[in-house]
Design a binder for this molecule. Structure first.
Ligand SMILES: [Zn+2]
Length: 617
């Protein structure tokens, strides 16, 4: 009891001191407070489906927590509790749903009782810690990430912070230069990159507490370079292609998780070398890895032993018919999270183009129609989704890494849709929705987006400040929108693709911004990968939406076809979908009459039916 009281007093003291901790680098764009924005069109069904059937549905929270009492049956299984709770907390940030809060409070109370005598919440007995092959550090990272989300978004319970401090202190006491165990000697993967991803929650906890030992530990992780035998930071700084960083095991998901931690470290330290490494890596992922549906990684031809989870020059190899597994959902979700971090740091709208591309295509295309899971790997041609994957049957639910990460991707969409900046609100995603944004110290504005986007490209934004107010409203003009029309109360404003159009004026209630994006359907030629067979394909993209042929409605779905196009555009028309679950269906002209194509995400491959995204000709 006495011990606990001393701990509580020291926390209060820490929190008092932490008020003095300021990030060296201020974000140029930042998220709105919880519950400030809501979709009421596209995405909302998917988000509610996931909350109802996953976070408040099948997740076996108690059994996942039990791993920390009874141990794991497979390496890294202890990641599951943290991942499930982390996305639940992000959903709570969006919905403020009291039923979800109750579930989260109960499972967090449960996990706190698993804390071991040395302060750790770990699946490994104390004498086996830190447990390299078991994935101990990776698992402990997810517990910390979940508790951080819980503490910041659900319930500022001091017991939670106290537990996080105990856990982190335990890690710092076990991991480091000899005689401690070096971080690069811990992990299940050949280069051990996954262990260094603990950088992210260590920096979050440093921000909460100001404890110098956490910043020192972060510096130690960075000195070690992230992995055994490979320095991820220096390689990224030197523009090494992602698939050549980390040796035989360039795991995309874990590598990007490390970079999420580096962003947190940069915010606090202002270390420009680290920032350059992050930005270079971001651009090299886009250049070398990101496919037409916004995800990356694959098995062939470079890394068959990484099961489709490794960087693979995928941007160029995406039409390679030898690929059997590609684009793990964990990779896509971590990619958009990293993009959102880079958006906050730099204000670069290309990050949102990336988020949009993955959200409409790869992310919701990987989700089970029943809402209780996500595909593991995802294909462009063939059976799109795959319910197998790394995981285990827990309480009769087959839980995979990707089932756990997919909901986090959905929870990030409202988080980035509308944000704020020193000069005013920033509109990133154009789905129908409503936001309340602070536009000066005392005044907020309601932003109401009315649109059927992405069916059409017409978007009306009603701007309603409480009192008339001068600020800049920024609207993202996607790089693909070549001919854009933008007006304020009917007066034209310049809009350049790939930038934010900033409108600085005195805004009053009833002001109307109208945006018309260029929704002409573009023909995309196949990239030139190592397998030249890949050249004989074309794909169609309309606005942010990738079109695909669907075996569910079209028995000739994979036959060669000659699409009629002019100047790189195809004259497609929206039509009533044949299948009820299809979001959008298009009539597409060919030299042999019309074919029906649908949005990539809507194709249901869970029944074994196939998709054709890269069209042979
Ligand atoms: Zn996964």
């Amino acid at each position: 009891m006495k011990n606990n009281r001393i701990k509580c007093i020291s926390i209060v003291l820490l929190l008092f001191l932490a008020k003095g901790i300021n990030a060296q680098v201020k974000d140029v764009i930042y998220p709105l407070p919880a519950n400030s924005f809501h979709f009421n069109g596209f995405f909302e069904n998917d988000i509610q489906n996931s909350i109802k059937h996953w976070s408040k549905g099948v997740v076996p929270y108690a059994a996942l927590a039990e791993k920390f009492r009874k141990g794991r049956s497979l390496f890294a299984l202890g990641e599951m509790w943290g991942k499930a709770v982390r996305s639940g907390c992000m959903f709570y940030r969006y919905t403020q749903d009291p039923e979800l809060k109750k579930i989260l409070e109960a499972t967090v109370a449960d996990i706190l009782t698993t804390q071991r005598a040395n302060g750790s919440i770990s699946c490994s007995e104390i004498d086996k810690q830190p447990d390299g092959p078991g994935g101990d550090l990776w698992e402990r990272k997810y517990v910390l990430l979940a508790l951080y989300q819980y503490y910041t978004n659900v319930n500022k319970d001091p017991k939670v912070l106290l537990s996080m401090i105990d856990q982190a202190d335990c890690i710092v006491s076990q991991v480091g230069y000899p005689p401690k165990t070096r971080i690069i000697d811990l992990g299940w993967s050949p280069n051990h990159i996954e262990s260094s991803t603990i950088l992210e929650p260590i920096m979050q906890l440093y921000n909460l507490t100001g404890k110098k030992s956490y910043l020192d530990f972060a510096k130690y992780i960075i000195e070690e370079g992230g992995s055994k035998g490979y320095n991820f930071i220096e390689d990224a700084f030197n523009n090494v292609a992602p698939m050549n960083i980390g040796g035989v095991y360039p795991k995309a998901y874990e590598g990007m998780s490390f970079f999420e931690g580096l962003v947190e470290y940069y915010r606090v330290t202002g270390n420009e070398h680290i920032k350059t490494a992050i930005i270079n890596h971001y651009h090299n992922i886009i250049k070398n890895e990101i496919t037409i549906i916004g995800n990356g990684g694959g098995d062939q031809p470079y890394h068959p032993e990484v099961q489709g989870e490794g960087w693979d020059n995928t941007a160029l190899e995406q039409t390679n018919p030898d690929i059997k597994r590609m684009m793990e959902t964990c990779v896509g979700v971590t990619w958009i999270k990293l993009c959102s971090q880079i958006l906050r740091l730099t204000g670069d709208p290309s990050t949102v183009d990336m988020i949009e591309k993955y959200a409409y295509n790869g992310l919701i295309g990987a989700m089970k129609p029943s809402g209780d899971g996500f595909s593991y790997v995802n294909l462009l041609n063939g059976v799109k989704t795959n319910k197998q994957g790394w995981g285990d049957t827990i309480d009769s639910i087959y839980v995979t890494c990707c089932n756990l990460n997919g909901p986090m991707g959905l929870a990030y969409l409202p988080y980035v849709a509308i944000m704020n900046s020193e000069s005013g609100p920033v509109i990133n995603l154009y789905n129908q929705g409503k936001a309340k944004v602070l536009v000066s110290k005392k005044c907020s504005a309601n932003l109401i987006i009315e649109t059927d986007y992405p069916k059409s490209g017409h978007i009306l934004v009603k701007v309603n400040p409480e009192i008339s107010q001068r600020f800049t409203l920024k609207l993202r003009i996607p790089a693909w929108s070549i001919n854009t029309k933008l007006t304020v109360n009917g007066k034209p404003i310049k809009a350049t693709p790939g930038t934010y159009a900033g409108i600085n004026r005195n805004w009053s209630k009833g002001d109307r911004v109208e945006l018309s994006l260029d929704m002409r359907c573009r023909v995309i030629d196949a990239p030139h990968g190592s397998n030249r067979k890949g050249d004989n394909f074309k794909a169609l993209v309309r606005g942010p939406i990738v079109l695909a042929r669907d075996e569910n409605i079209d028995k000739n779905f994979d036959q060669p076809v000659n699409i009629l196009s002019k100047g790189g555009y195809v004259d497609v028309a929206l039509e009533t979908p044949i299948s009820k679950s299809t979001r959008m269906q298009f009539r597409v002209p060919t030299s042999n009459g019309y074919i029906h194509m649908v949005d990539y995400a809507s194709v249901d491959s869970w029944n074994g039916k196939r998709i054709c995204t890269w069209l042979p000709f």
